[in-house]
Design a protein around this ligand. Structure first.
Ligand SMILES: *Cc1c(COP(=O)(O)O)cnc(C)c1O
Length: 386
């Protein structure tokens, strides 16, 4: 009999841990979990070493180190024309803790949260832990655009907030200005807060990322979440932040004070160096990823898969039903054996199992040689069902 509290019922271990362990056990090429296999900028790593050696090893301020807060402020100004002060930014343990802090700090038990489906898995866990009720709005193949009528229908008098993610993991959808304006109109009409996870803000391919907070009338009701991990290829650092009106930022801080309180003392000043001095890194990263996206997508297409080419993030989605697989989970569980490759079944990101059953997510934030080896193995294997 399980001893876990009810708030954890149905929340398993993350699929990424499960599939990455399977990759290691079977010697598979891991195109599952989205972590890059190349390091962040050398000077940024050196800045972390310098901070470690330079006495930055005690608790940083609860709000974040001044360098990091100022670097986030300068970043939002430089990239998006947003003017923030230090009361409008809080440092968190990755975007993950910013998500946790936002949901614990803003959602009462029974409140409804409108969330894009397929969803990032921590949203589901944290909405449940906060006692909230998720109301998914599905992004549907083939183009995974946001249906604003569906979003309008998902809003009820119990809706507390809209949780957005753009660029969107796992579909790669980058919300357009028109879509964002539609969400903004709904948020204003129903007096809702928008929490927007923008960790892939710099990883788009030929389309602009537009922060929700830049839309007219939206700054005052938008909490923006991001982190250093994806933009600078340091996913293990877990340095993130929330920014927006002081009242919303204070809600995040009020919750995160009792989760970690603080973290990443020496990494916060190094993250500031990344934000302040290394725009060229994520510009080059995005250009590289654009090429890797096409390498992977062209290769999967050549194998006969229907491929949905993403505008952002580092994931591509395919439909595996052409191989006679009705179920992406069965396909992914068999894949390490049949081909020596790991991918993620997208159905774990859906409430609506019919929408996601036949979809599989592939990560392309890997060296070209790794992607090529994965494709070679897939090409040599018999991928058909049964
Ligand atoms: C990776 C990811 C996160 C987590 O970011 P960390 O900074 O590593 O905590 C949050 N949201 C989405 C959509 C992600 O893909």
């Amino acid at each position: 009999m399980g001893r876990n509290a009810m708030r954890l019922d149905g929340i398993g271990s993350t699929i990424f841990a499960e599939m990455s362990a399977l990759a290691v056990r079977t010697g598979s090429v891991n195109l599952g979990q989205g972590f890059p296999d190349e390091d962040g900028p050398e000077e940024v790593l050196e800045a972390a070493v310098a901070a470690l050696r330079g006495g930055r090893n005690q608790y940083p301020p609860g709000h974040g180190t001044p360098e990091l807060l100022d670097a986030v402020i300068a970043h939002q100004q430089r990239h998006y024309g947003l003017a923030l002060d230090r009361s409008q930014v809080v440092a968190t343990t990755g975007a993950t803790e910013a998500i946790a802090g936002a949901l614990l700090g803003l959602v009462n038990p029974g409140d409804e949260v409108v969330v894009l489906e397929p969803y990032y898995d921590s949203y589901v866990a944290m909405i449940q832990i906060a006692g909230g009720v998720r109301r998914p709005v599905t992004l549907r193949a083939p183009d995974f655009r946001l249906d604003l009528d569906e979003m309008a229908a998902a809003i009820t008098p119990r809706t507390r907030l809209i949780l957005l993610n753009t660029p969107h993991n796992p579909t790669g959808t980058v919300l357009t200005r028109t879509e964002l304006e539609g969400v903004a109109a709904l948020a204003i009409e129903h007096d809702l807060v928008v929490v927007t996870d923008e960790v892939y803000e710099h990883l788009t391919y030929g389309v602009p990322h537009i922060p929700m907070a830049t839309l007219p009338g939206m700054f005052e009701r938008t909490l923006t979440l991001s982190s250093i991990g994806k933009s600078f290829s340091v996913t293990g650092w877990k340095v993130g932040w929330a920014s927006g009106p002081a009242e919303l930022v204070a809600a995040v801080e009020g919750a995160k004070n009792w989760l970690t309180y603080v973290s990443g003392g020496p990494l916060q000043p190094a993250a500031a160096v990344a934000l302040d001095q290394h725009d060229a890194f994520h510009q080059k990263l995005a250009a590289d990823l654009h090429g890797k996206r096409d390498l992977l997508c062209d290769g999967l297409e050549a194998l006969g898969m229907r491929v949905y080419r993403p505008d952002g993030t580092y994931f591509a989605t395919t439909d595996v039903s052409a191989f006679g697989h009705a179920d992406g989970r069965a396909f992914c569980l068999a894949l390490p054996e049949t081909a020596g490759v790991v991918a993620i079944p997208s159905q774990v990101f859906y409430d609506d199992q019919d929408e996601g059953r036949h979809l599989v997510r592939w990560a392309f934030c890997k060296k070209p040689s790794v992607i090529e080896e994965g494709l070679r193995r897939l090409g040599a294997a018999d991928l058909s069902a049964g």
